[in-house]
Design a protein around this ligand. Structure first.
Ligand code: SF4
Ligand code: MG
Length: 317
């Protein structure tokens, strides 16, 4: 992903004087085959919009999205349909995303029909195998979504995304609507499936503990931009961006020697229609300097694979 931007008009319509909501405002991101990259940030930071732009569920305003070297923004509808087999999404609320009038069998069969895969007998077999792979039973196939618990519904959502044997799954807050005890089951299922099906995950969440559990690398977003990215352990143990440090200081840690002083951020997340000058984090940053108001920091590599956008990254380390 290179220079990805998605700007929405403030009141839903582009007029002569319309201001833009800069939901995504210049995201560069490389996702390696087989890894799980977590994207964290507060609600409204642009992480879901980034995920949807990558799948072209919404059209980006600017930027490049290369998937296996193909620019998916340049594809015609037929080519796009083809590449969509390889890229699937799992939504936060499986109830809202499963058609209540269809049986689970129909829900899992539909993508196969749309992509013209197999004979009816082969599709039937694929659907029956898939429901067991996600930990449910064949008898469940002839029931309707409302007959299932939240956790079971998310298993069905995962089965639907997996039925086309994709390479990349974008999971947008897949466990946020679930009880904590169920969250771990779904995360473990996703990790098992990743091994069995050689999946690559882009895992979007506001929950730092969940992201730590599942990710190899983690990117932190603030107001439409990635402000820090690093290997998971590096990011959680040596965060360099003051925003990441503040987010992590709010997460309880089991080891008392590691307890960090809680950094409280002042003020609310500014509106992406009117982002602050310079470093967009400066009004809330506990260590902001004069320079921060005037000049946006460059995104720099400060250690192996550790990138951060902060003028004071060296000092804050
Ligand atoms: Fe804070 Fe300045 Fe770094 Fe922005 S660039 S995070 S305002 S120190
Ligand atoms: Mg979201």
């Amino acid at each position: 992903v290179k220079g990805l931007k998605k700007h929405f008009p403030v009141n839903g319509k582009w007029g002569r004087s319309a201001r833009a909501v800069r939901a995504v405002d210049g995201v560069d991101l490389t996702v390696f085959e087989g890894e799980t990259i977590g994207i964290v940030g507060e609600s409204g930071c642009g992480k879901s919009t980034t995920g949807r732009c990558i799948l072209r569920l919404i059209e980006p305003t600017e930027g490049e999205i290369l998937f296996k070297s193909k620019d998916i923004r340049a594809l015609n509808p037929n080519e796009l349909r083809h590449i969509r087999r390889d890229m699937q999404i799992v939504f936060q609320d499986p109830f809202a995303s499963l058609n209540p009038r269809k049986t689970i069998r129909q829900i899992l069969n539909d993508p196969l029909i749309i992509h013209r895969i197999g004979t009816p007998a082969q599709r039937r077999k694929a659907v029956e195998e898939m429901i067991e792979i996600v930990g449910l039973r064949k008898e469940h196939l002839d029931r309707y979504p409302h007959e299932f618990s939240g956790g079971q519904r998310q298993r069905i959502g995962i089965a639907r995304s997996l039925i086309l044997r994709p390479k990349l799954i974008i999971a947008d807050e897949p466990v946020s609507a679930l009880d904590v005890s169920i969250q771990a089951q779904i995360l473990n299922l996703m990790m098992d499936l990743q091994k069995d099906f050689q999946l690559t995950y882009l895992f979007i969440s506001h929950d730092l503990s969940v992201v730590r559990h599942i990710s190899d690398r983690v990117a932190v977003m603030y107001l439409g931009k990635i402000v820090e990215i690093a290997d998971k352990n590096e990011l959680y143990e040596r965060p360099e961006h003051p925003y990441t440090q503040a987010l992590l200081s709010a997460v309880p840690v089991p080891d008392p020697d590691l307890v960090r002083e809680r950094i409280l951020l002042e003020g609310d997340l500014p509106s992406p229609a009117n982002p602050p000058s310079g470093c967009a984090f400066h009004p809330r940053c506990p260590v902001a300097a004069d320079l921060c108001k005037q000049q946006a920091p460059a995104f720099k590599e400060t250690g192996s694979g550790h990138w951060v956008a902060c003028h004071l990254a060296e000092e804050t380390r």
